[in-house]
Structures are given as structure tokens and as C-alpha cells.
Ligand binder design. Structure first.
Ligand SMILES: C[S@@+](CC[C@H](N)C(=O)[O-])C[C@H]1O[C@@H](n2cnc3c(N)ncnc32)[C@H](O)[C@@H]1O
Length: 253
């Protein structure tokens, strides 16, 4: 399992390139038209770094997730989707990989952060139908890329930082005792709830790619700008990936 960074091909580590060069088969999951860009970036990486060697690419269509399922239905929907993915991984490993061959999944950002590939591969291993061993190559996550581009730290001196989702931020707000929160997977711009508070935002979309957009400042001032830029970019490209850090004065509440 190879972390490939969150968009900038130069974030591919030397370890990742080395692992790619020892790979016979690359498994790519195609997430449909909207995310064709992400599949293309992976293919470009292979062409750039493996120009002098042969390898195979196996592409499968990612199963659709039931995104209409909210609230209590959310977890079962994710569970079904994971099992459907596990079936695909199992088949790919069993049928597309020779006995002594090495396969690789190229995982966006870092495989350890809000990515299901690790869990799904473990599920396949636990089923015991196809024996295999694997290693994980860490990657530069979108969180590292975000704060680097804003030239800020993730945490303040000796203070905690929490990484969470837009859904949880909406439900729980700032976690107890935490004043720095990184928010991922937020389709609803939940930061708007903090427009009346003394909270700064460091926001980035398509970080590390030619389409990168960065905005920072107090939420009260930055939110309308982010909303406009986000809507325009989403309209233009058909998809968006954005992440942000919310920072409030320690002991605000
Ligand atoms: C399924 S998670 C995968 C995270 C990935 N494993 C990582 O380490 O960054 C997808 C979320 O990551 C964030 N993300 C990934 N790449 C990004 C990028 N280039 N710019 C902004 N956000 C990004 C967005 O919050 C998106 O909703």
C-alpha cells in the first residue's frame, strides 16, 4: 500500500518510488468521470517513474456508496460499501496477481488518514481466501500539505490538535480542550457556523495541484470568499477536495 501524496507529484517520496519500482501489478479504483483527474495523476506517476520497466495496471470501477443514507443509516451504508470493495480487492489479488508477484494500491495522501484501503485489505486477509502479506509506505497527507502551503503549524506550543470530519464538527463543534481542529470530508462548509466567533480559518482546495486555491483569515471575513471560490471551482471541475484548519484563541470557551 503506497501513499502517493495529496496531489503534487513531487510529494511522492523516494520510498514510494522504490516500492513502485518493485511492483508488478498496480490496482487502480476508478471513481467515475468526476474523479478521472485523480486516476490520471496516478497513471502519470507510473509513466514518469517506471518508463524503463514493464508493469500491468488493473482498473476496476469503485462501487457506488449510498450517499443518501444519513444519520443512523450512515454506518451500515459505509459497511456495505466496504464489503463490496473487499470483494473487488479479493478478486483482483486472487486473479490478477501471479504467485510470486507484488501488487500495489496507490493511496491518496497518507494511507493512515481517512482512507479505507487499509481496513478493507485487512478484511480480505481475515477472510483467509487469498493469502498475502503487505507493507504500508506513508505518504504526505493533505493535512501536512495544507499547513505547509499556509506556512503555519498544526498545533500551537504544547497544545493538542484534532483531525475530524465536517459531519462531526457540525454535531460536536470544537472538541473539549482543543482549539485547533483540522476538518476533512466536509461537503457542507460547516465552518460557517463559526462566523460570529473569534476563529481563524486556513482553507485549501486541490492543494498541490495546478488548481490549488488557498484562503486564510478570520472566518467572518474568509467564509463568503471561500463559499464563492468553492462553488465556482466545483462548477468548473465537477468535483472538489478541500481541507481546512480552524484555530481559536486558547480558552475561548
Ligand atoms: C478520503 S479522504 C483521504 C485523505 C488522504 N488519505 C490524505 O492523507 O490526505 C479525502 C479528503 O481529504 C482531503 N484532501 C485530499 N486531498 C486534498 C487536496 N489535494 N486538497 C485539499 N483537500 C484534500 C479532503 O478533505 C477530502 O475530502
Amino acid at each position: 500500500m503506497i501513499g502517493i501524496g495529496a496531489g503534487d507529484p513531487e510529494q511522492l517520496t523516494l520510498q514510494a518510488v522504490k516500492a513502485m519500482r518493485h511492483t508488478d501489478v498496480f490496482f487502480l479504483l476508478d471513481k467515475g468521470e468526476a474523479k478521472a483527474d485523480l486516476t490520471r495523476l496516478r497513471r502519470d506517476m507510473l509513466e514518469t517513474h517506471l518508463a524503463d520497466r514493464t508493469y500491468r495496471v488493473v482498473e476496476e470501477r469503485d462501487p457506488e456508496r449510498d450517499r443518501s443514507a444519513g444519520g443512523a443509516a450512515y454506518s451500515p451504508a459505509v459497511g456495505d460499501w466496504r464489503s463490496a470493495r473487499a470483494d473487488i480487492y479479493e478478486r483482483m489479488i486472487a486473479e490478477e496477481l501471479g504467485e510470486d508477484e507484488t501488487g500495489a494500491f496507490l493511496v491518496w495522501g497518507d494511507p493512515a488518514l481517512y482512507d479505507s484501503t487499509l481496513g478493507i485489505l485487512e478484511e480480505v486477509r481475515e477472510r483467509g481466501t487469498v493469502p498475502f502479506a503487505y507493507d504500508v509506505v506513508p505518504g504526505v497527507s493533505s493535512v501536512s500539505a495544507l499547513v505547509a502551503r499556509h506556512r503555519t503549524g498544526l498545533n500551537r506550543v504544547a497544545r493538542p490538535v484534532q483531525i475530524t470530519t465536517g459531519r462531526r464538527l457540525a454535531e460536536e463543534g470544537f472538541p473539549e480542550g482543543v482549539d485547533d481542529v483540522v476538518v476533512m470530508l466536509d461537503a457542507h462548509q460547516r465552518f460557517r457556523a463559526f462566523a460570529d466567533e473569534d476563529v481563524d480559518i486556513y482553507w485549501g482546495a486541490y492543494i498541490g495541484t495546478p488548481d490549488e486555491i488557498l484562503v486564510s483569515g478570520p472566518v467572518s471575513e474568509a467564509a463568503p470568499r471561500i463559499e464563492r471560490l468553492r462553488a465556482e471551482a466545483r462548477e468548473r471541475k465537477g468535483w472538489i477536495m478541500d481541507t481546512y484548519l480552524l484555530r481559536r484563541a486558547p480558552g475561548e470557551r
